[in-house]
Design a protein around this ligand. Structure first.
Ligand code: KIV
Length: 294
């Protein structure tokens, strides 16, 4: 595998696992493709198409119905991380450190990041925060824990922000710029930039030495990430402006469920082909998983 300009790490035939240094080397090259995953079946679907698969703490809102990411625990991240690990062969797996598991200081962050890596087999962790988190990022990076940083809108700070507003507009741009520079300087191998204006994303991407991965941060970034349930149309609670729906699976799933309910009530399901008789017939034709004997 070469990592020359324009090379896709996502080639389906290449089963060498992507590493944090591979991602670091993608600065200014072919765009990084990143998605979240929380389960084995979704991990299997995204693996061959993505460079990075993030087990995001968005799992709390998307799969557990929590009102924010604040209620997500380390145990939840471990459980979903283990499930995703079983579905990945080549994409780099990154797991979020949840709220309250790293902010006290570098030692707490190291202990919990090491637990996440040992329990889930992930190769890197992500944590939210800029300048204030730089010493923690340096501490982890110097001890063998690759860190993806996350600046701009950091959802774990929802109460401090009073919601999920765009960050870094006007005079606020320098603050976000300093955050990105500090985490890159501290040793993060990539930086998620969330919900910032295009001009700022372009400036940060030009200024820092590691790839920027945008979510609501324009095409100026070195890569893009979306929450997989958002882009598949499976999460319907709200749709941020930066989400593009590539499918409407939520609507399709509900139509299928409604059809099933209708057929059960109308006694049209199960039909003859779903019913077992009391003699063996057509077993060979039905194949190994079908037929009456199955
Ligand atoms: O938790 C998450 O899914 C994230 C991405 C949206 C970047 O942090």
């Amino acid at each position: 595998m070469t990592l020359g300009k324009g090379t896709l790490l996502s080639a389906a035939s290449d089963t060498k696992a992507v590493t944090p240094p591979d991602i670091r080397l993608r600065k200014g090259r072919a765009p990084l493709v990143c998605l979240t995953a929380y389960t084995t079946p979704i991990a299997r679907l995204v693996d061959r198409h993505c460079d990075v698969v993030l087990v995001g703490d968005s799992v709390g809102m998307v799969l557990h119905g929590l009102p924010s990411t604040l209620g997500v625990t380390l145990d939840m991240m471990i459980m979903h991380g283990k499930a995703v690990r079983r579905g990945l062969e080549r994409a780099l797996m990154v797991v979020d450190l949840p709220f309250g598991s790293y902010e006290e200081g570098p030692q707490q962050a190291f202990r919990n990041a090491a637990t996440l890596m040992a329990e889930t087999g992930c190769a890197a962790v992500k944590l939210e925060g800029g300048e204030k988190m730089a010493p923690t990022i340096a501490f982890l990076a110097e001890r063998g824990i690759p860190v993806m940083a996350h600046v701009g809108l950091t959802p774990q700070a929802v109460n401090a922000f009073g919601g999920y507003p765009v960050q870094g507009r006007g005079a606020d741009a320098d603050r976000v710029g300093r955050d990105a520079a500090a985490v890159a300087q501290a040793g993060a191998f990539s930086v998620v930039l969330e919900k910032v204006p295009e001009q700022l994303a372009r400036r940060i991407t030009a200024e820092i030495a590691v790839p920027t991965i945008g979510i609501g941060a324009s095409p100026a970034c070195d890569g893009q990430i979306l929450v997989v349930d958002d882009m598949l149309g499976l999460f319907g609670a709200f749709k941020p402006k930066f989400v593009k729906r590539y499918a409407e699976l939520g609507g399709e799933a509900e139509a299928a469920i409604a059809a099933y309910a209708d057929e059960v009530r109308g006694r049209r399901f199960p039909a003859a082909e779903h019913v077992f008789g009391d003699t063996l017939k057509n077993v060979a034709a039905a194949g190994p998983t079908g037929g009456e004997a199955a």
